[in-house]
Ligand binder design. Structure first.
Ligand code: NAP
Length: 251
């Protein structure tokens, strides 16, 4: 599939996996809209590093429904078609049930579900309206191995990603007759800011040893999987790609 003149929106494109996704889609000829929340410097660095022309930057907090609506209004004024939307933005932090206060627990569930599930649902809603009108499009959600394996210290994170997998499948079924593909990529640990503290020292060694390759993924490896999914045929809609270096198998 040629990406020449295709428009791709990447949430969380300023850093980590989203930056690598922006790179690979731009290197294949696509025009990328890099969406970020607040880190303008990183977002600009991503934008400047992209191959090709016609890429843009948009500031949007996906937890804010009005900003999500505005994002797609701005995109529609700039780009003709909306070909691929990648729901990559996400957050995660510790709130273990045996240590967190009730207040911290409430905060984590509210914030993490807002960023990792409700936000992507609103992005998917806005993208779907546009894609239904044009009769084609792909939505790819970045979920996590944690959806299947559990996240003992970050339960809201695991639940948010399991919810996003479920949303992927519901939308894949609902939108197939409109020519719209919906899929998910579920990485294990990846070398990014999000995982940085957990990958240090002894805990990092334990995490790396979960894979027989004794390491975690690079952002580029996950981006390649997203690109692979973007090239998948329509019959693969609803699929969830595991990208975890054989660190966890689901049956
Ligand atoms: P990261 O390095 O922490 O980057 C997070 C990105 O998401 C940044 O671009 C950030 O924007 C953006 N973001 C966060 N909250 C947002 C919001 N409310 N609205 C819009 N953008 C927001 O994270 P990452 O490791 O690349 O993770 C990317 C995705 O992969 C996430 O969905 C994550 O859950 C998933 N994942 C990561 C790992 C891992 O080990 N790293 C494993 C499995 C799945 P700013 O730069 O403006 O802050």
């Amino acid at each position: 599939m040629s990406l020449k003149n295709k428009n791709i929106v990447v949430t969380g494109g300023s850093r980590g996996i989203g930056r690598a996704i922006s790179h690979i889609f731009a290197s294949k000829g696509g025009r990328v809209t890099v969406v970020y929340k607040s880190n303008e410097e990183a977002a600009l660095a991503t934008l400047r590093s992209l191959d090709g022309h016609g890429h843009t930057l948009q500031k949007c907090d996906v937890t804010n429904p009005g900003e999500v609506e505005e994002l797609f209004e701005k995109c529609s004024a700039k780009i003709g078609s909306l070909d691929i939307v990648i729901n990559n933005a996400g957050i995660g932090y510790h709130h273990p049930v045996d240590k967190a206060s009730y207040e911290e627990w409430q905060k984590a569930w509210k914030e993490v579900l807002a960023a990792n599930l409700v936000g992507p649902a609103n992005v998917a809603f806005q993208a779907a309206q546009w894609m239904i009108r044009q009769g084609h499009g792909k939505i790819i959600n970045v979920t996590s191995r944690g959806a299947f394996r559990g996240e003992p210290d970050q339960p809201a994170y695991g639940a948010s990603k399991a919810g996003l997998n479920s949303l992927t499948q519901s939308l894949a079924h609902k939108l197939a007759s409109y020519g719209i593909f919906v899929g998910a990529v579920a990485p294990g640990f990846v070398e990014t800011d999000m995982a940085y503290s957990r990958l240090q020292g002894a805990s990092g060694e334990i995490i790396k040893a979960q894979s027989p390759m004794n390491r975690v993924a690079t952002p580029e490896e996950v981006a390649q999987a997203v690109y692979l999914m973007a090239r998948a045929n329509q019959w693969m809609t609803g699929g969830i790609f595991d990208v975890n270096g054989a660190s966890y198998f689901r049956t």
